[in-house]
Design a protein around this ligand. Structure first.
Ligand SMILES: [Zn+2]
Length: 107
């Protein structure tokens, strides 16, 4: 894949914008990125049965606080790991995955 991010930018606290070397850009909400976390634990969680609608999920303090991105670290030349404010940082987001995620948000 030849397209590279040229700029990573947080917009306020709740959105991330990536500018790409092909002059396009993608925008994500932090929640959207977190929900798309590709690590094994999160994939397993998404596969699990959704909780019963009459049962309110119990959120930990970290989960209930507004979600933020604290940092993004390049992994090799093809991916980023994202450090979320809920303490989660095991997801490796490939550039391809980020491009796909951002498709719907393109202007
Ligand atoms: Zn994860």
């Amino acid at each position: 894949m030849d397209v590279r991010p040229t700029k990573l930018e947080l917009i306020g606290q709740e959105r991330l914008r990536i500018e790409w070397s092909d002059a396009t850009h993608s925008e994500y909400t932090i929640r959207q990125l977190r929900d798309a976390c590709p690590c094994a634990t999160c994939r397993e969680k998404r596969r699990a049965e959704p909780p019963s609608p009459t049962e309110l999920p119990v959120l930990s303090a970290a989960e209930a606080a507004p979600l933020r991105v604290l940092g993004m670290k390049p992994v090799g030349s093809y991916a980023y790991s994202i450090q979320f404010s809920d303490g989660h940082n095991t997801g490796i987001y490939t550039l391809e995955h980020l491009r796909q995620l951002g498709t719907g948000a393109a202007e």
